[in-house]
Write a protein that binds this ligand. Structure first.
Ligand code: C5P
Length: 289
């Protein structure tokens, strides 16, 4: 058994998000393309006598409501592991932002405990456990880029597409995922995603402008109505040379795609408004960060 493991937990964006209907279990049937980016939390995991989470971010609860701690309990219980786990979390992904920060932390704990105790579990088994913590956790366990269906747990890995360079902007408010899904009404959707067209474009080396043209998220119909600032932010990105801009997940974070790292870097200053958090980010590549 290893005594310590440091593991990265990257954020995700949704390049495409379609809601196909409401299910009897209360969740929504999704069709979404998720893509990891190089904005990540760092977790230091140490087997210990008790379960304990410490975090450098003041706004984050370190109690049992934290998904990282829930994931630790689940792994230990499922595999009869002794003792507990000390988790030291360095938080960089904003909370309540549509970037799956909490889900990615949980996924990192699941993968990390598997490595610490050398359990040798299959990714599919780890994903199934992750599903019990939250809908985005299985994707965060799998990583890379994937098409997610069902609640989000039916995953089809996709090839690495073109490397994306983008500016990520989070307005100074959060949105509740549950509230956004709850208010979803298909009649209010103005633009529907075209999945097959997206998948034919999503190839390494493809022109990023074509990817930008295929971005679509039906949850914008809810979040932009609740918070018109999100729409204004997208417009601002386009005025600053973005090839395309989209809200991620249920929001409110917006990402703006650029043709190159240099163009994204240049746009960053113009997109930095008081109260808004901005990041220059790229596609997450395995082994990076
Ligand atoms: O699965 P998770 O706990 O992350 O989901 C948060 C909330 O988002 C759910 O309680 C549900 O209201 C909504 N949701 C949904 N359909 C999904 C995923 C999430 O309605 N596929």
């Amino acid at each position: 058994m290893r005594t310590e493991l440091i593991i990265e937990a990257p954020a995700k964006i949704n390049l495409l998000l379609d809601v196909r209907g409401k299910r009897v279990d209360g969740y929504h049937e999704l069709e979404t393309v998720m893509h990891q980016i190089d904005l990540s939390d760092t977790l230091c995991l140490r087997p210990a006598k008790k379960f304990e989470l410490s975090c450098d971010g003041a706004e984050l609860p370190c109690d049992e409501s934290n998904l990282a701690l829930q994931a630790a309990h689940l792994m230990y219980k499922s595999y009869g592991l002794p003792g507990g786990l000390e988790i030291e979390l360095t938080k960089r992904i904003p909370v309540g932002a549509g970037l799956a920060g909490g889900s990615s932390d949980a996924a990192a704990v699941i993968r990390g405990v598997d490595q610490l105790f050398e359990l040798g579990l299959e990714t599919a088994d780890l994903c199934r456990l992750g599903e019990r913590i939250g809908s985005d956790v299985p994707f965060c366990v799998l990583g890379g880029t994937a098409l997610a269906r069902g609640r989000g747990e039916v995953l089809q890995p996709l090839p690495a597409g073109p490397e994306l360079s983008m500016v990520l902007i989070k307005p100074p408010f959060s949105l509740s995922t549950a509230a956004v899904f709850d208010a979803f009404d298909a009649r209010q959707v103005q633009e529907w995603p075209r999945l097959n067209a997206f998948l034919s474009i999503w190839q390494p080396g493809e022109d990023v402008a074509r990817v930008a043209g295929a971005l679509c998220n039906v949850l914008e119909s809810v979040s932009l109505a609740l918070q018109p600032e999100i729409g204004e932010l997208k417009q601002l990105c386009l005025e600053h040379g973005a090839l395309g801009a989209l809200m991620s997940g249920s929001g409110p974070t917006v990402f703006a795609l650029y043709g190159s790292r240099a163009e994204a870097q240049e746009a960053l200053a113009g997109l930095s408004e008081p109260g808004y958090e901005t990041w220059l980010v790229h596609s997450w590549r395995t082994g990076e960060g």
